[in-house]
Design a binder for this molecule. Structure first.
Ligand code: SR1
Ligand code: MG
Length: 395
């Protein structure tokens, strides 16, 4: 078979992916390779290929449909190009915080990258109560650097618009528009919830003040091309251990409002604040959340001093930008809490609770906290007020 950077698209399997690895000269001709498909995400194939005693590589391939649903949900493989380009840009601005990309191929929708399997998926690590002492510093820095240096505050307007065009990602954005911002707030077919949650969900579906606020957040997501977002920054998109943090999977990357990535990360941390039963465990999460914000806002503010845009010298503009990002992040976080609880694509933090009563209790807290964050985001003026709101609803 023909497999090379100039071949046409074909889904790989454990045999053909080894042939590709040889063809791309990642291994000597006679190497005895082992290969496993290890993808546990919703959309792609992920192959880990190794030769005994040597570092493994990862070959990730986008499928032309959403794996989580099946071939009935076609999906562009252009997301592989977007992911590879986003990783390369993030590598420049946040070196050490993303995997190294060794090779990418648009036609095959393939990215070859560093194997990170010595680290844990953060969601699993948090559920298992592993310590992540550098998480806040690393994610706060990742957010500040990737968001600032891809924005108009840092870039020449021509460069910024070139990036906006390159990272146009309509199909993946539509998934978020539907699954995060629309479906969970209506009685939609894609929703997925235990019947005991129906009364609470009906309250959400009938709450028109809430719907108006979600409409405003969705409008901001669709229309504000402020910075290059990761676009899906949940705790399953991060590998970490006690020393390292690597942000993976930016296939949802596009130009959007700064608060979106921050809000998704906050929401996915918040599931742990809700599900941990001991105060110490909950407080550990709230500290990570507030430290992340503090590192983000301090680092972003330092970068801002170097901006060439005359308006960045105007008193109050930086505070306006940060305050908007903060309040938006609370609202986006509320949407993410609700969609991961009752929409499509749940999280193990909640669904992994074996006792039904405890699971439902945690889900009810997620739904009501989500609603409060969306409705009251404009009343929040500090990270302490946000963590206090989360504390109140998660105890
Ligand atoms: C059909 S994709 C479902 C979800 O998985 C991804 O990780 C995104 O969060 C998306 O919304
Ligand atoms: Mg993903």
């Amino acid at each position: 078979m023909s497999l090379s950077p100039v071949s046409s698209y074909q889904p790989l399997n454990e045999q053909t992916v080894k042939e590709l690895a040889f063809k791309l000269n990642f291994f000597e001709e006679d190497a005895d390779l082992s290969c496993q498909e290890i993808g546990d995400g919703n959309l792609n194939l992920v192959f880990q290929i190794s030769e005994k005693g040597k570092n493994a590589i990862i070959i990730k391939q986008a499928l032309p449909y959403a794996k989580v649903v099946g071939e009935s949900w076609p999906l562009t493989v252009d997301r592989a190009r977007i992911e590879a380009d986003a990783l390369k840009l993030q590598q420049i601005h946040a070196p050490d915080l993303v995997p190294q990309v060794f090779h990418s191929d648009e036609l095959l929708a393939v990215t070859v990258m560093e194997d990170l399997s010595s680290l844990n998926i953060l969601r699993t690590g948090l559920i298992n109560r592993n310590p992540f002492p550098y998480l806040a510093e690393h994610i706060g820095t990742f957010l500040a650097n990737t968001l600032y240096f891809t924005s108009d505050y840092a870039l020449h307007p021509f460069k910024k618009k070139e990036y906006v065009k390159n990272f146009s990602n309509p199909e993946l954005c539509k998934i978020t528009e539907d699954l995060v911002f629309t479906d969970p707030f209506f009685n939609s077919e894609t929703n997925d919830f235990e019947e005991e949650l129906l009364p609470l969900l009906k309250d959400l579906w009938n709450n028109f003040t809430l719907k108006l606020e979600v409409a405003k957040l969705k409008k901001s997501f669709i229309t504000e091309s402020e910075a290059l977002l990761h676009g899906d920054l949940h705790t399953g998109s991060i590998f970490a251990d006690e020393n390292q943090t690597k942000v993976i999977d930016p296939e949802f990357a596009f130009y959007g409002p700064i608060g979106f990535d921050i809000g998704q990360f906050f929401a996915n941390l918040t599931f742990q604040a809700i599900t941990r039963e001991d105060t110490e465990g909950k407080e550990e999460i709230l500290t990570i959340l507030s430290d992340t914000w503090n590192v983000f806002s301090e680092t972003f503010s330092q970068h801002w001093q170097e901006s060439g845009d005359a308006y960045t010298k105007v008193n109050g503009y930086l505070e306006y930008v940060l305050n908007k990002a903060f309040q938006d992040s609370a609202g986006f976080s509320g949407c993410e809490l609700i969609r991961r609880t009752a929409g499509l694509a749940h999280v193990a933090d909640l669904d992994g609770i074996p006792e039904k009563d405890k699971r439902l209790n945690a889900k009810r807290k997620s739904l009501s906290l989500g609603r409060e964050l969306i409705l009251n985001r404009h009343t929040l003026s500090s990270i302490g007020e946000l963590t206090q709101l989360i504390r109140k609803h998660s105890s």
